[in-house]
Design a protein around this ligand. Structure first.
Ligand code: FPP
Length: 259
């Protein structure tokens, strides 16, 4: 079990082309989620400022989005900024916000050309004005796209998402719109940022840490985890393909038995 979870720690020596050949396109995950971790350590190890790592992290993200489009994945969810990331020094928060703005304005044409629907998720009203404007622009420009749904978790936390859902459901009970007895799992799922989307099939976490970090707490109930020691800026097409190949070997039982 542990060996499987740590699939990514057994590095493949195969080339991208060889990995691609092994991939069964009919058995790809519908929804892939990624905790893009390790930017800071990657930079520090090179004697560079953390901002250098975050910038390299954006390049890694660009490649992963590109491959997701090529493979026709339906949903990709990335953890770009958590509700806890505000605790970082103001300078680093500003760098992350600026990178987000730069990324969205720079990439929007290509993302739209590739039919990508950008779905920022989190408490967006708390973002500073410039990121807020960039996010609104990305939503507006990509809203009619029907290809990859690209969920960008921004000022996102799984607990704050659940809290928001509980409050909204509570308000609906108060106003008589729904009854307590009518609350079921579907009602809760319908009040999350991922409303209408399938839960992630695969969660990828680079950088060697083995925790969920307040990401998609409800949605990860039956998600397969794939962990690797590779830092996010070094995460490329080969690593993504390895994760997908490893996912294809997993036996998913969803709490039941294989009959
Ligand atoms: C974790 O690395 C990464 C983040 C907190 C931010 C992820 C952001 C990017 C990849 C770039 C910006 C995003 C977009 C959408 C343009 P860390 O800083 O926690 O690394 P460490 O654990 O090594 O310190």
């Amino acid at each position: 079990m542990l060996k499987r979870l740590l699939g990514g720690r057994h590095k493949s020596t195969l080339s991208e082309e060889e990995l691609m050949k092994q991939l069964d396109i009919s058995k790809l995950p519908v929804h892939v989620a990624i905790i893009m971790d390790g930017n800071g350590r990657w930079a520090t190890r090179r004697g560079a400022p953390r901002s250098f790592g975050h910038r390299a992290g954006v390049n890694a993200l660009r490649e992963v989005v590109k491959l997701s489009v090529e493979l026709k994945l339906k949903y990709l969810t990335v953890y770009a900024f958590s509700t806890e990331n505000w605790k970082r020094p103001r300078e680093e928060v500003n760098i992350l916000m600026n990178l987000l703005v730069e990324y969205l304005y720079k990439e929007i044409d290509e993302l739209c050309a590739n039919n990508v629907h950008i779905n920022p998720m989190g408490i967006l009203s708390e973002l500073p004005p410039k990121p807020r404007e960039a996010v609104d622009m990305a939503i507006r420009r990509s809203k009619n796209n029907t290809g990859l749904v690209f969920n960008v978790a921004l000022n996102y936390g799984g607990r704050s998402e659940l809290l928001k859902a509980v409050r909204e459901i509570g308000q609906k009970i108060n106003s008589g719109e729904i009854k307590v007895e009518e609350i079921n799992e579907q009602v809760i799922a319908d009040h999350l940022f991922t409303k209408g989307q399938p839960d992630p099939d695969l969660l990828i976490r680079p950088s060697g840490d083995c925790r969920v970090s307040n990401f998609l707490l409800w949605q990860l109930a039956y998600t397969e985890f794939w962990l690797t020691d590779v830092m996010w800026p070094d995460f490329g097409r080969r690593e993504f393909l390895q994760a997908l190949l490893d996912f294809q070997k997993r036996e998913r039982r969803f709490g039941g038995l294989i009959t």
